[in-house]
Design a protein around this ligand. Structure first.
Ligand code: GDP
Length: 427
Protein backbone atom coordinates (compact mmCIF):
# COMPACT_ATOMS: atom_id res chain seq x y z
CA UNK A 1 0.00 0.00 0.00
CA UNK A 2 1.52 3.31 -1.07
CA UNK A 3 0.34 6.64 0.34
CA UNK A 4 1.60 10.04 -0.70
CA UNK A 5 1.81 13.00 1.68
CA UNK A 6 1.93 16.20 -0.31
CA UNK A 7 1.17 19.90 0.05
CA UNK A 8 -1.78 21.76 -1.50
CA UNK A 9 -0.33 25.23 -1.08
CA UNK A 10 3.08 26.93 -1.24
CA UNK A 11 4.84 24.49 1.10
CA UNK A 12 5.33 24.56 4.87
CA UNK A 13 1.87 23.07 5.38
CA UNK A 14 3.17 20.70 8.06
CA UNK A 15 3.85 17.65 5.87
CA UNK A 16 6.83 16.72 8.07
CA UNK A 17 4.67 16.37 11.14
CA UNK A 18 2.03 14.28 9.32
CA UNK A 19 4.74 12.06 7.79
CA UNK A 20 6.48 11.57 11.14
CA UNK A 21 3.10 10.66 12.63
CA UNK A 22 2.07 8.21 9.89
CA UNK A 23 5.57 6.72 9.74
CA UNK A 24 4.76 4.99 13.00
CA UNK A 25 2.63 2.50 11.05
CA UNK A 26 4.80 2.43 7.93
CA UNK A 27 7.75 0.40 6.72
CA UNK A 28 9.33 2.67 4.13
CA UNK A 29 9.38 6.46 3.70
CA UNK A 30 10.64 7.99 0.48
CA UNK A 31 11.66 11.44 -0.65
CA UNK A 32 10.95 11.58 -4.39
CA UNK A 33 11.78 15.15 -5.50
CA UNK A 34 13.46 18.39 -4.43
CA UNK A 35 16.59 18.61 -2.37
CA UNK A 36 17.84 20.32 0.73
CA UNK A 37 16.17 23.59 -0.26
CA UNK A 38 13.14 23.28 2.00
CA UNK A 39 12.86 21.99 5.51
CA UNK A 40 10.46 19.91 7.51
CA UNK A 41 10.15 20.68 11.17
CA UNK A 42 9.51 17.72 13.42
CA UNK A 43 9.02 17.61 17.15
CA UNK A 44 9.10 14.23 18.84
CA UNK A 45 10.55 12.51 21.89
CA UNK A 46 14.12 13.12 20.68
CA UNK A 47 13.62 16.89 20.43
CA UNK A 48 12.99 19.38 17.67
CA UNK A 49 14.53 18.77 14.28
CA UNK A 50 14.65 20.58 10.96
CA UNK A 51 15.20 17.94 8.29
CA UNK A 52 16.08 19.00 4.78
CA UNK A 53 17.06 15.96 2.80
CA UNK A 54 16.14 12.95 4.90
CA UNK A 55 12.54 11.75 4.88
CA UNK A 56 10.57 12.52 8.03
CA UNK A 57 10.41 8.83 8.96
CA UNK A 58 14.00 8.57 10.17
CA UNK A 59 13.10 8.64 13.84
CA UNK A 60 11.77 5.10 14.08
CA UNK A 61 13.75 1.90 14.39
CA UNK A 62 11.46 -0.08 12.15
CA UNK A 63 11.47 2.20 9.09
CA UNK A 64 13.67 2.37 6.03
CA UNK A 65 14.25 5.88 4.70
CA UNK A 66 14.85 6.26 1.00
CA UNK A 67 16.24 9.02 -1.19
CA UNK A 68 14.60 8.36 -4.53
CA UNK A 69 16.00 8.98 -8.00
CA UNK A 70 13.99 12.21 -8.33
CA UNK A 71 15.85 13.97 -5.52
CA UNK A 72 18.69 16.48 -5.90
CA UNK A 73 21.23 14.59 -3.81
CA UNK A 74 23.68 16.77 -1.91
CA UNK A 75 25.99 14.06 -0.57
CA UNK A 76 27.93 15.97 2.14
CA UNK A 77 24.67 17.49 3.31
CA UNK A 78 23.04 14.06 3.62
CA UNK A 79 25.97 12.62 5.56
CA UNK A 80 25.98 15.62 7.87
CA UNK A 81 22.24 15.33 8.45
CA UNK A 82 22.58 11.66 9.39
CA UNK A 83 25.44 12.52 11.76
CA UNK A 84 23.53 15.31 13.42
CA UNK A 85 20.66 12.94 14.22
CA UNK A 86 22.95 10.31 15.68
CA UNK A 87 24.72 12.96 17.78
CA UNK A 88 21.39 13.89 19.32
CA UNK A 89 20.57 10.34 20.37
CA UNK A 90 18.43 9.17 17.45
CA UNK A 91 19.26 5.53 16.57
CA UNK A 92 21.20 5.38 13.28
CA UNK A 93 18.45 5.22 10.68
CA UNK A 94 18.38 2.68 7.87
CA UNK A 95 18.92 4.71 4.71
CA UNK A 96 18.98 3.76 1.06
CA UNK A 97 19.89 6.05 -1.82
CA UNK A 98 18.87 5.35 -5.38
CA UNK A 99 21.70 4.49 -7.75
CA UNK A 100 19.81 6.63 -10.27
CA UNK A 101 19.66 9.74 -8.11
CA UNK A 102 21.73 12.60 -9.46
CA UNK A 103 24.28 14.52 -7.49
CA UNK A 104 24.03 18.14 -6.56
CA UNK A 105 27.56 19.45 -7.11
CA UNK A 106 29.23 22.44 -5.41
CA UNK A 107 29.08 24.35 -8.72
CA UNK A 108 25.27 24.11 -8.70
CA UNK A 109 25.23 26.12 -5.49
CA UNK A 110 27.68 28.63 -7.02
CA UNK A 111 25.60 29.07 -10.16
CA UNK A 112 22.43 29.49 -8.11
CA UNK A 113 24.11 32.20 -6.04
CA UNK A 114 25.67 33.98 -9.04
CA UNK A 115 22.41 33.94 -10.99
CA UNK A 116 20.35 35.33 -8.10
CA UNK A 117 22.92 38.12 -7.74
CA UNK A 118 22.87 38.81 -11.49
CA UNK A 119 19.06 39.02 -11.49
CA UNK A 120 19.21 41.29 -8.44
CA UNK A 121 15.74 42.86 -7.94
CA UNK A 122 14.19 40.39 -10.41
CA UNK A 123 15.43 37.27 -8.66
CA UNK A 124 13.25 34.25 -7.83
CA UNK A 125 14.00 34.31 -4.15
CA UNK A 126 15.99 31.08 -4.46
CA UNK A 127 17.33 29.44 -1.31
CA UNK A 128 20.64 29.19 -3.22
CA UNK A 129 20.84 25.47 -2.57
CA UNK A 130 21.64 24.84 -6.24
CA UNK A 131 18.30 23.28 -7.10
CA UNK A 132 17.50 25.11 -10.36
CA UNK A 133 21.02 24.64 -11.85
CA UNK A 134 20.91 20.99 -10.72
CA UNK A 135 17.64 20.18 -12.50
CA UNK A 136 18.70 22.22 -15.55
CA UNK A 137 21.79 20.03 -15.85
CA UNK A 138 19.78 16.85 -15.28
CA UNK A 139 17.49 17.60 -18.21
CA UNK A 140 20.36 19.00 -20.31
CA UNK A 141 21.94 15.55 -19.77
CA UNK A 142 25.10 16.78 -18.11
CA UNK A 143 24.08 15.70 -14.61
CA UNK A 144 26.04 13.07 -12.67
CA UNK A 145 24.20 9.94 -11.57
CA UNK A 146 25.21 8.11 -8.38
CA UNK A 147 25.96 4.97 -10.43
CA UNK A 148 28.46 6.95 -12.53
CA UNK A 149 30.60 7.76 -9.51
CA UNK A 150 31.80 4.16 -9.57
CA UNK A 151 33.39 4.45 -13.01
CA UNK A 152 36.45 6.73 -13.13
CA UNK A 153 36.46 7.01 -16.91
CA UNK A 154 32.81 8.04 -17.08
CA UNK A 155 33.35 10.64 -14.36
CA UNK A 156 36.39 12.12 -16.08
CA UNK A 157 34.52 12.52 -19.37
CA UNK A 158 31.46 13.97 -17.66
CA UNK A 159 33.46 16.47 -15.64
CA UNK A 160 35.36 17.63 -18.74
CA UNK A 161 32.09 18.26 -20.56
CA UNK A 162 30.65 20.13 -17.60
CA UNK A 163 33.72 22.34 -17.24
CA UNK A 164 33.88 23.17 -20.93
CA UNK A 165 30.37 24.57 -20.81
CA UNK A 166 30.29 26.07 -17.34
CA UNK A 167 33.63 27.83 -17.63
CA UNK A 168 32.38 29.90 -20.57
CA UNK A 169 29.53 31.17 -18.42
CA UNK A 170 31.76 31.72 -15.41
CA UNK A 171 34.25 33.72 -17.42
CA UNK A 172 31.98 35.78 -19.66
CA UNK A 173 28.63 36.03 -17.88
CA UNK A 174 29.45 35.95 -14.19
CA UNK A 175 33.14 36.99 -14.17
CA UNK A 176 33.95 34.44 -11.51
CA UNK A 177 36.78 31.91 -10.94
CA UNK A 178 36.72 28.93 -13.31
CA UNK A 179 36.09 25.30 -12.36
CA UNK A 180 39.10 23.02 -12.12
CA UNK A 181 38.31 19.59 -13.58
CA UNK A 182 40.92 17.77 -11.46
CA UNK A 183 39.45 19.29 -8.33
CA UNK A 184 35.96 18.15 -9.34
CA UNK A 185 37.15 14.61 -10.10
CA UNK A 186 38.62 14.51 -6.60
CA UNK A 187 35.31 15.71 -5.15
CA UNK A 188 33.50 12.95 -7.05
CA UNK A 189 35.82 10.33 -5.54
CA UNK A 190 35.12 11.67 -2.08
CA UNK A 191 31.40 11.62 -2.77
CA UNK A 192 31.64 8.02 -4.02
CA UNK A 193 33.23 6.89 -0.75
CA UNK A 194 30.69 8.76 1.33
CA UNK A 195 27.62 7.43 -0.45
CA UNK A 196 28.73 3.85 -1.19
CA UNK A 197 27.22 2.25 1.95
CA UNK A 198 23.75 3.53 1.06
CA UNK A 199 23.50 2.89 -2.68
CA UNK A 200 20.67 0.66 -3.80
CA UNK A 201 18.58 -0.24 -6.85
CA UNK A 202 15.60 1.48 -5.26
CA UNK A 203 12.92 0.67 -7.82
CA UNK A 204 13.77 -3.04 -7.59
CA UNK A 205 13.72 -2.80 -3.79
CA UNK A 206 10.31 -1.13 -3.87
CA UNK A 207 8.95 -3.60 -6.40
CA UNK A 208 9.71 -6.35 -3.90
CA UNK A 209 8.40 -4.33 -0.95
CA UNK A 210 5.07 -3.70 -2.70
CA UNK A 211 4.81 -7.43 -3.48
CA UNK A 212 5.33 -8.20 0.20
CA UNK A 213 2.53 -5.80 1.17
CA UNK A 214 4.75 -3.27 2.93
CA UNK A 215 3.34 0.13 3.87
CA UNK A 216 5.10 2.85 1.96
CA UNK A 217 4.92 6.64 2.32
CA UNK A 218 5.96 9.10 -0.35
CA UNK A 219 6.89 12.40 1.24
CA UNK A 220 6.55 15.47 -0.93
CA UNK A 221 8.37 18.74 -0.48
CA UNK A 222 6.77 22.16 -1.03
CA UNK A 223 3.23 22.18 -2.49
CA UNK A 224 1.05 22.23 -5.61
CA UNK A 225 1.55 25.93 -6.28
CA UNK A 226 5.32 25.48 -6.53
CA UNK A 227 5.02 22.77 -9.21
CA UNK A 228 6.84 23.78 -12.42
CA UNK A 229 3.88 22.77 -14.62
CA UNK A 230 0.82 23.44 -12.52
CA UNK A 231 2.09 26.08 -10.11
CA UNK A 232 2.75 29.80 -10.33
CA UNK A 233 5.39 29.53 -13.04
CA UNK A 234 8.07 30.90 -13.11
CA UNK A 235 7.98 31.47 -9.33
CA UNK A 236 8.10 27.73 -8.76
CA UNK A 237 10.60 25.11 -7.75
CA UNK A 238 12.46 23.03 -10.32
CA UNK A 239 11.02 19.56 -9.71
CA UNK A 240 7.43 18.39 -9.61
CA UNK A 241 5.80 18.67 -6.21
CA UNK A 242 2.83 16.50 -7.19
CA UNK A 243 1.91 13.07 -5.89
CA UNK A 244 1.86 11.77 -9.47
CA UNK A 245 5.57 12.50 -9.70
CA UNK A 246 6.06 10.22 -6.70
CA UNK A 247 5.76 7.29 -9.07
CA UNK A 248 8.59 8.61 -11.22
CA UNK A 249 10.80 10.02 -8.48
CA UNK A 250 10.67 6.75 -6.53
CA UNK A 251 10.38 4.30 -9.42
CA UNK A 252 7.02 2.64 -8.73
CA UNK A 253 3.92 2.10 -10.88
CA UNK A 254 1.52 5.08 -10.68
CA UNK A 255 -1.46 2.84 -9.90
CA UNK A 256 0.16 1.73 -6.64
CA UNK A 257 -0.43 5.16 -5.07
CA UNK A 258 -3.80 4.48 -3.42
CA UNK A 259 -4.10 7.37 -1.04
CA UNK A 260 -3.05 10.99 -1.55
CA UNK A 261 -3.07 12.77 1.78
CA UNK A 262 -2.94 16.42 0.91
CA UNK A 263 -1.79 18.69 3.68
CA UNK A 264 -3.61 22.00 3.89
CA UNK A 265 -2.78 24.76 6.30
CA UNK A 266 -5.50 26.70 8.13
CA UNK A 267 -4.06 30.00 6.89
CA UNK A 268 -1.57 30.83 4.14
CA UNK A 269 2.16 31.35 4.16
CA UNK A 270 4.68 31.46 1.36
CA UNK A 271 8.38 31.97 0.84
CA UNK A 272 10.04 33.47 -2.19
CA UNK A 273 8.57 35.74 -4.80
CA UNK A 274 5.32 35.37 -6.76
CA UNK A 275 1.64 36.31 -6.68
CA UNK A 276 0.00 35.64 -3.33
CA UNK A 277 -3.58 36.85 -3.56
CA UNK A 278 -4.67 36.60 0.08
CA UNK A 279 -1.42 38.06 1.43
CA UNK A 280 -1.67 40.34 4.45
CA UNK A 281 0.79 42.96 5.62
CA UNK A 282 1.77 45.14 8.55
CA UNK A 283 0.74 44.39 12.12
CA UNK A 284 -1.92 41.89 11.05
CA UNK A 285 0.72 39.82 9.23
CA UNK A 286 3.31 40.23 11.99
CA UNK A 287 0.91 38.89 14.58
CA UNK A 288 0.01 35.79 12.51
CA UNK A 289 3.69 35.22 11.62
CA UNK A 290 4.69 35.51 15.23
CA UNK A 291 1.99 33.10 16.45
CA UNK A 292 2.18 30.76 13.43
CA UNK A 293 3.65 27.26 13.08
CA UNK A 294 5.72 26.30 16.06
CA UNK A 295 7.60 29.36 17.27
CA UNK A 296 6.75 31.59 14.33
CA UNK A 297 6.65 31.37 10.55
CA UNK A 298 10.31 31.55 9.57
CA UNK A 299 11.91 29.36 6.89
CA UNK A 300 13.34 26.07 8.22
CA UNK A 301 16.28 26.33 5.77
CA UNK A 302 16.90 30.06 5.55
CA UNK A 303 15.30 31.56 8.68
CA UNK A 304 13.61 34.07 6.38
CA UNK A 305 10.28 35.48 7.61
CA UNK A 306 7.49 33.85 5.60
CA UNK A 307 4.89 35.91 3.77
CA UNK A 308 1.53 35.55 5.50
CA UNK A 309 -2.08 35.49 4.34
CA UNK A 310 -5.59 34.29 5.09
CA UNK A 311 -6.79 30.89 3.95
CA UNK A 312 -7.15 30.86 0.19
CA UNK A 313 -9.96 28.50 -0.84
CA UNK A 314 -9.45 29.17 -4.56
CA UNK A 315 -5.77 28.21 -4.50
CA UNK A 316 -6.35 25.30 -2.12
CA UNK A 317 -9.22 23.73 -4.06
CA UNK A 318 -7.01 23.88 -7.16
CA UNK A 319 -4.01 22.63 -5.17
CA UNK A 320 -6.02 19.62 -3.96
CA UNK A 321 -7.41 18.87 -7.40
CA UNK A 322 -4.03 18.93 -9.09
CA UNK A 323 -2.61 16.63 -6.40
CA UNK A 324 -5.54 14.25 -6.84
CA UNK A 325 -6.24 14.56 -3.09
CA UNK A 326 -8.17 11.63 -1.63
CA UNK A 327 -8.19 13.15 1.85
CA UNK A 328 -6.98 16.30 3.56
CA UNK A 329 -4.97 16.82 6.73
CA UNK A 330 -5.86 20.31 7.97
CA UNK A 331 -2.98 21.76 10.02
CA UNK A 332 -1.96 24.55 12.40
CA UNK A 333 -5.59 25.31 13.19
CA UNK A 334 -4.70 26.02 16.83
CA UNK A 335 -2.82 29.16 15.73
CA UNK A 336 -6.04 30.92 14.70
CA UNK A 337 -7.52 30.79 18.22
CA UNK A 338 -6.68 34.47 18.91
CA UNK A 339 -8.84 35.97 16.18
CA UNK A 340 -12.31 37.50 16.68
CA UNK A 341 -13.10 36.98 13.03
CA UNK A 342 -11.31 34.99 10.35
CA UNK A 343 -11.38 36.09 6.72
CA UNK A 344 -11.34 33.32 4.09
CA UNK A 345 -10.59 34.08 0.46
CA UNK A 346 -13.42 32.46 -1.52
CA UNK A 347 -12.97 34.09 -4.91
CA UNK A 348 -10.62 36.12 -7.08
CA UNK A 349 -11.66 39.29 -8.80
CA UNK A 350 -9.84 39.59 -12.11
CA UNK A 351 -10.61 42.48 -14.46
CA UNK A 352 -13.95 43.07 -12.72
CA UNK A 353 -15.04 39.41 -12.86
CA UNK A 354 -15.19 37.14 -9.84
CA UNK A 355 -13.95 33.60 -10.34
CA UNK A 356 -13.42 30.53 -8.17
CA UNK A 357 -11.04 28.98 -10.68
CA UNK A 358 -7.32 29.35 -10.09
CA UNK A 359 -5.85 31.11 -13.14
CA UNK A 360 -2.48 31.02 -14.91
CA UNK A 361 0.20 33.35 -13.60
CA UNK A 362 -0.35 36.38 -15.81
CA UNK A 363 -3.98 36.61 -14.71
CA UNK A 364 -3.13 35.66 -11.15
CA UNK A 365 -0.96 38.77 -10.86
CA UNK A 366 -4.11 40.86 -11.37
CA UNK A 367 -6.35 38.95 -8.96
CA UNK A 368 -7.80 40.64 -5.90
CA UNK A 369 -9.17 38.56 -3.03
CA UNK A 370 -12.90 38.25 -2.34
CA UNK A 371 -13.38 37.46 1.33
CA UNK A 372 -16.03 35.84 3.49
CA UNK A 373 -15.58 36.37 7.20
CA UNK A 374 -16.20 33.61 9.72
CA UNK A 375 -16.46 34.07 13.48
CA UNK A 376 -13.42 33.00 15.52
CA UNK A 377 -13.52 30.62 18.51
CA UNK A 378 -11.29 32.63 20.83
CA UNK A 379 -9.71 29.80 22.78
CA UNK A 380 -6.84 27.35 22.75
CA UNK A 381 -7.80 24.08 21.05
CA UNK A 382 -4.52 22.26 21.77
CA UNK A 383 -4.98 19.04 23.67
CA UNK A 384 -8.45 18.32 22.28
CA UNK A 385 -8.66 14.75 20.95
CA UNK A 386 -12.24 14.42 19.70
CA UNK A 387 -13.72 16.38 16.87
CA UNK A 388 -16.99 16.93 18.77
CA UNK A 389 -15.05 18.62 21.59
CA UNK A 390 -13.83 21.41 19.34
CA UNK A 391 -15.68 24.74 19.79
CA UNK A 392 -18.63 25.11 17.46
CA UNK A 393 -17.10 28.01 15.50
CA UNK A 394 -13.94 26.00 15.01
CA UNK A 395 -15.91 23.08 13.57
CA UNK A 396 -17.79 25.53 11.37
CA UNK A 397 -14.48 26.88 10.04
CA UNK A 398 -13.28 23.36 9.23
CA UNK A 399 -16.57 22.40 7.60
CA UNK A 400 -16.67 25.63 5.59
CA UNK A 401 -13.17 24.96 4.28
CA UNK A 402 -14.09 21.35 3.50
CA UNK A 403 -17.12 22.51 1.52
CA UNK A 404 -15.00 25.01 -0.42
CA UNK A 405 -12.19 22.62 -1.30
CA UNK A 406 -14.42 19.62 -1.98
CA UNK A 407 -12.18 17.01 -0.30
CA UNK A 408 -12.88 15.31 3.04
CA UNK A 409 -10.83 16.62 5.94
CA UNK A 410 -9.96 13.42 7.80
CA UNK A 411 -7.30 14.80 10.15
CA UNK A 412 -7.14 18.06 12.04
CA UNK A 413 -3.77 19.01 13.48
CA UNK A 414 -4.07 21.17 16.59
CA UNK A 415 -0.44 21.45 17.66
CA UNK A 416 3.07 20.71 16.38
CA UNK A 417 3.61 17.44 18.26
CA UNK A 418 3.00 13.90 17.07
CA UNK A 419 -0.05 13.39 19.22
CA UNK A 420 -1.69 16.75 18.50
CA UNK A 421 -4.08 15.24 16.00
CA UNK A 422 -7.82 14.75 15.75
CA UNK A 423 -8.99 11.96 13.47
CA UNK A 424 -12.32 12.68 11.97
CA UNK A 425 -14.80 10.26 10.52
CA UNK A 426 -16.32 11.80 7.46
CA UNK A 427 -19.89 10.83 6.69
P1 GDP B 1 6.50 21.10 5.88
O1 GDP B 1 7.60 21.60 5.02
O2 GDP B 1 5.20 20.97 5.13
O3 GDP B 1 6.86 19.85 6.59
O4 GDP B 1 6.21 22.21 6.97
P2 GDP B 1 7.24 22.88 7.99
O5 GDP B 1 7.73 21.87 8.91
O6 GDP B 1 8.23 23.72 7.31
O7 GDP B 1 6.26 23.94 8.71
C1 GDP B 1 5.28 23.60 9.52
C2 GDP B 1 5.52 24.25 10.87
O8 GDP B 1 4.34 24.17 11.62
C3 GDP B 1 6.55 23.55 11.73
O9 GDP B 1 7.18 24.50 12.56
C4 GDP B 1 5.74 22.55 12.54
O10 GDP B 1 6.33 22.20 13.78
C5 GDP B 1 4.50 23.36 12.76
N1 GDP B 1 3.25 22.59 12.85
C6 GDP B 1 2.83 21.52 12.14
N2 GDP B 1 1.56 21.22 12.47
C7 GDP B 1 1.18 22.13 13.41
C8 GDP B 1 -0.03 22.37 14.12
O11 GDP B 1 -1.04 21.70 13.93
N3 GDP B 1 -0.03 23.42 14.98
C9 GDP B 1 1.05 24.22 15.19
N4 GDP B 1 0.97 25.22 16.05
N5 GDP B 1 2.20 24.03 14.51
C10 GDP B 1 2.26 23.01 13.64
Amino acid sequence: MVRAIVGANWGDEGKGKITDMLARESDIIIRFQGGSNAGHTIINNYGKFALHLLPSGVFYNHTTSIIGNGVALNIPYLIQEIQSLVERGVPKPKILVSDRAQILMPYHVLFDTYEEARLAGKSFGSTKSGIAPFYSDKYAKIGIQVSELFDDQVIREKVMRVCEQKNVLLEHLYHKPLLDPEELIKTCREYRDMIEPYVCDVSAYLHQAIKEGKTILLEGQLGSLKDPDHGIYPMVTSSSTLAAYGAIGAGIPPYEIKDIITVVKAYSSAVGAGAFVSEIFGDEADELRHRGGDGGEYGATTGRPRRMGWFDAVATRYGCRIQGATEVAFTVLDVLGYLDEIPVCVGYEIDGQVTKDFPTTVKLEKAKPVYTTLPGWKCDIRGIKNYEDLPENCRKYIEFVEQEIGVPITMVSNGPERDDIIYRKVK
